[in-house]
Design a protein around this ligand. Structure first.
Ligand code: GUN
Length: 306
């Protein structure tokens, strides 16, 4: 039986370790503060932002969410970020992506003060990651490392293959695995014979955003598979094909109108992997846990504790 890497369990561990640190900060003057900026009405972003605010509440972190219109300009958003940069009670600023198309996302990410950049997206912090200096790490990649480490999965000396080269997941997770002494290959849409490269992986990370694209012939028997994908299926034929006519999944589709699937074929993954992250309940919960960790660390640094 493969080991299921339970993201909810690891998230709860991380949050319970953070709780006393939040309490100490609160007792010393004020709790950590996080501001989340959401521009427009992307339904997935709205769900993610609600989850982030709820986690703050649960931990005793002060939070503010700033909801701005879909029509916001780059200059208006820059002004909002600038105002938060100057606030003493805000330790972390997160601008939820994607931004509306008229906004210059690069300029916005560059405007967030690097010491308040709890996403680790500012080029200063990306540089700190690349060179191995301490600093905030992107939340989903940091969460993946926590999952592997807390389940005792060896990384040093292993072959890791990352499918996807995004700034949010693919590139930073590749660097984190490299710093842990894995031999890392980053693949993308132009990689020839992707399946053959993936089959070399002891640790396979799928972060491409395409439902069940990584099928059984991409997975080496006994590999650890990390599925970062979160794709919503709403067509009966897709659910029937991907879940092999599972009556439970077809009933869930009838009831809820959609079913979630990762970037990896879930049945092939369960058959071939020695350890894997389920979707949902794998990588997802870790993203919020690591955001909380980055916010607490930022508050401690700003309070002169670390
Ligand atoms: N959109 C999807 N993932 C993320 C994330 O980790 N941070 C931000 N800011 N936006 C996202």
């Amino acid at each position: 039986m493969p080991l299921i890497l339970d993201g909810n369990r690891v998230r709860d561990q991380i949050l319970s370790e953070l709780k006393p640190r939040v309490e100490a900060l609160a007792a010393g003057g004020r709790p950590p503060g996080l501001a989340v900026i959401l521009a427009g009405h992307n339904p997935a972003s709205e769900i993610y932002v609600r989850g982030k605010i709820k986690a703050c509440h649960h931990l005793g972190i002060y939070s503010e969410s700033l909801t701005l219109p879909e029509t916001i300009t780059t200059d208006e958003l820059l002004a909002a970020v600038d105002q938060l940069n100057g606030r003493g009670d805000i330790d972390g600023i997160l601008v939820q992506l994607p931004l509306p198309p008229q906004v210059d996302a690069r300029r916005i990410l560059l405007a967030v003060a690097p010491e308040k950049d709890v996403d680790g997206f500012h080029p200063c912090n990306v540089g700190r990651l690349a060179t191995g200096l301490p600093g905030p790490r992107a939340c989903t990649p940091a969460g993946i490392l926590q999952l592997l480490m807390r389940y005792g999965i060896a990384i040093a000396g292993k072959r890791a293959v990352v499918v996807g080269r995004s700034d949010i997941v693919g590139k930073p997770v590749a660097l984190l695995l490299l710093h842990e002494n894995a031999t890392v290959t980053v693949c993308h849409s132009k990689t020839p014979d992707l399946a053959a490269v993936c089959r070399e992986a002891d640790i396979l990370v799928a972060a491409i955003g395409r439902a069940a694209m990584i099928t059984g012939d991409f997975i080496r028997s006994g590999a650890t598979v990390i599925d970062v994908g979160m794709n919503r299926l709403d067509r009966r034929e897709d659910v029937a094909r991907i879940f092999r006519n599972s009556p439970e999944k077809l009933a869930a589709l009838e009831m809820r109108g959609s079913v979630l699937v990762g970037d990896v074929d879930p049945i092939a993954m369960a058959e071939k992997a020695s350890a894997y992250t389920p979707v949902p309940g794998g990588v997802g919960p870790l993203t919020i846990a690591m955001l909380m960790a980055n916010t607490v660390e930022s508050a401690e640094r700003r309070a002169g504790i670390c």
